[in-house]
Design a protein around this ligand. Structure first.
Ligand code: ADP
Length: 318
């Protein structure tokens, strides 16, 4: 973690201790797709809807995928989602990008599709390759609901014994605090994806340490923390669900010496040759797991999580 908030490291370590003593955490990757949404304008709303219907027609998807995927051997188009505002059309492309975070890759794919569309829609006026419906570095419902980058859920069961000895509190107190602060308090505040204590702390510290784009901490910090008393109220089930973790292990700041060393420490440095994308996906689960640890002590040892996510043969399992 790279942070100027010294106590963050100490409190995260306490969460690590609690989860490790309780048997570790489990992470599941739900989705892996970077997005970019361009904005185009027509002379009429009717004409804009014609392009929307063309792009959303399932029969056209294979052709559009071939055009889009020419951008890179790692880019794979997954979805096209359109939104209309009058005669302006916002087109949100989602694609997997191997071990890259994917912003460059998805933008190149979008440019390929644009060039292709000019044949049938020469009256299309391209206003911007990014029309903010992506949505990059802005708090937005679209990322909170649809996800951007990797979507991850991570869970752990903390035994009552560990809650009292390591966290110095009780299961009912933690459940109550989570309900009244992270859920109700955030609802009262009208939070957008902010149903957590301070996910942004961990995300920023890990992003700087591993060479990610720290400005993306806005959507990356979307997180809902859930806590529930289980086993007749004796133990605590905790989970963090994060829809928009935008990380890569190649490109950008991942090449810098310190950041590259940190990725190496986590076992996710560079491109995964056998299974492209596995390193970046594993890194996303590590970010979520670390966050869960901090969430526990209001505050979060990778080793068990990594071993579970990677499996005994070193391949990503979840
Ligand atoms: P981003 O799209 O995140 O901005 P880059 O533009 O730097 O990242 O793209 C990543 C570069 O790394 C591409 O040129 C790509 O061909 C290369 N690359 C090599 N191995 C991989 C891999 N396993 N996954 C993704 N990209 C890879």
């Amino acid at each position: 973690m790279a942070t100027t908030e010294g106590c963050l490291v100490a409190s995260t370590n306490r969460g690590c201790k609690a989860i490790y003593a309780s048997g570790g955490a489990t992470c599941v990757l739900l989705r892996d797709a970077m997005t970019r949404a361009l904005v185009v304008r027509f002379l009429s709303a009717k004409r804009a809807t014609e392009l929307k219907f063309f792009l959303e027609e399932p029969l056209n998807f294979d052709t559009l995928s071939v055009v889009f995927n020419k951008s890179s051997r790692f880019a794979r188009l997954q979805n096209i989602q359109c939104a209309i505002a009058g005669k302006n059309l916002y087109i949100r492309f989602s694609c997997s990008a191997g071990d890259a975070m994917g912003m460059n890759m998805v933008s190149k794919g979008v440019q390929n599709v644009l060039d292709f569309l000019q044949n049938d829609f020469p009256d299309m006026d391209v206003i911007g390759i990014s029309g903010n419906y992506c949505s990059d570095k802005k708090a937005s419902a679209v990322n909170w609901i649809e996800g951007r980058g990797k979507s991850v859920v991570c869970e752990a069961v903390i035994t009552g014994d560990v809650v009292s000895k390591v966290l110095k509190t009780t299961v009912p107190s933690l459940v109550e605090l989570n309900m009244l602060k992270n859920l109700t308090g955030s609802a009262i505040a009208g939070a957008l994806g902010g149903f957590n204590a301070h996910a942004a702390n961990i995300v920023s510290a890990m992003f700087i340490a591993t060479g990610q784009d720290p400005a993306q901490n806005i959507e990356n910090s979307h997180c809902i923390t859930m806590m529930e008393a289980i086993n007749n109220g004796k133990d605590l089930h905790i989970s963090v669900t994060m829809p928009s973790i935008e990380v890569g292990t190649v490109g950008g700041g991942t090449q810098l010496a310190s950041q590259s060393a940190c990725l190496n420490l986590l076992g996710v440095k560079g491109a995964n040759k056998e299974s492209p994308g596995s390193n970046a996906r594993l890194l996303a689960t590590i970010v979520a797991a670390r966050l869960g640890r901090r969430a526990l002590t209001n505050v979060c040892n990778f080793s068990r999580v990594e071993m579970q996510a990677r499996g005994v043969d070193g391949r990503l399992q979840s």
